[in-house]
Design a protein. Sequence first.
Length: 549
Amino acid sequence: MDTTDRLAELRKKEEEELAQVLAQRHKISYLDLSKMTIDLDSLKIIPETNARANSMAVIQSVGKKLQVALTNPDRPGVADALDSLKRRKYEVQIFLVSPTGLDKAFSKYKEIPRFEETKVGIIDISKSKLESYGAALHSISNFKKALLAAREKDVRKASDTLELLFAGALDADASDVHIEAEVASAKIRLRIDGVLQDIVDIPTPLYQLLLSRIKLLSEVKLNIRNKPQDGRFTIKTSNENVEVRTSFLPGPFGESIVMRLLLPKTIAIKYESLGMQPALYELMKAELLRPNGMILVTGPTGSGKTTTLYAFLKSISSAEVKVITIEDPIEYHIAHITQTQIDPGKGYDFVNGLRSILRQDPDIILVGEIRDLETAQIAMHAALTGHLVFSTLHTNDAAGTVPRLIDLGVKVNVISPALNIAMAQRLTRQLCAFCKKADKPTAEETSLFKKTAKTIPESFKAGLPKEITVFRPVGCEKCAETGYKGRIGVFEAFLVDDEMERLIITSPPAADVQALAIKKGMLTLYQDGIIKIMQGITTLEELNRVASE
């Protein structure tokens, strides 16, 4: 570093130290603007002429909450400018900054014309804009090329890049968008059919602008970088509204952003399209018509439990029954069903919510998840007192439901009469219908198929093909060269009949429950997967990824 640079650095340091002293004297928070991202939409709240005249600027905003930087609170005109903001219903937080720092904010005014106004909580993607992206939205490979081209352009075009990102994600039916900060760049990835795919690396300046814009949309604090934050916003297209849940997590090189896209088409799935084998489909159909009891769906996060429960609800909801849900959070809105969302900060949790719901005279209740003893007990007692109750539980298989409930502290003499059926599920990717290729099974595959076929219960053997043919993934433009497009469930379920009730009373381990369920004709997750492989729906690699033999 030469002498000129060293002197400039010393002057900058002295100026910031003086600003800190003035901040303490005026009892105002100090801020070093050289380390801050200036939000251009926020700058527009005070016109440049007024901002320079009063030596102040709005540097960040979330809804009606503003962060205002100024160099001297006693400067003539500052008080009037702040009063004007408050009359416009803004909540103002003041920071004292150095003149050099404020000059950084003023220099950003010339960039404002490049941006469009952003509405907090909503991003509009019009049909014309979607069409303007053209071929970029017809395949993942072209989408990647479009994003690569976008990153090479003026990085200040963050709005256009974000719209392109969402348009591509929606076209690919992605469930999540990940933006992960790295040493000198950030990586964008999409989760498609449950599997993450790398899309493109973007430069850090573009990442910083996207981060600010997504935070602004999500109505979270822009200046908080060392704590996790959660928010949400809506993407409006000409066809539908897509709710987006956002999560910001601090990391060594910047914040990791994950955006969950709650696609309306997810809950458009009908009960008959879930992928159940005919025998299980008929069994569940009969159970859904029962007036009381509990149906539990188990499996890890992302296994489609909520989608299955919604499909159940939609198949039985009618004008004659009252359906109420309590969820955390409400991910999808269903017509003609009363949905409530827990809010622990206001004392409305699953326990209190369930108690309130029972006073609303419901016929059917959906409890988003059973996590603790109190929730389990109230839900079980509701099932025993004339209500049909749906819920989810985290276990590896259907048999694990009973030991899990016992582990929570539920008494076995409550579980056995309350529980109607326990079901476990996983999601496997389906082979792409456009490019899958028929093939002869290997000797190892043939041996596995024949061995499994012998153990499949008689009521499920109707789905087995006479000739064993397998299909292999190939990859084409339709499936982003993966060989897979869409997902389907694999299921296992057992009824709690008299014999199972007598076993549950003994507080059995999962192995004993599994043995009795199989003895009574339960098709296991793995067996269901093998049938779907032999039907050309999925592959052995996919089944092994989500379930074990």
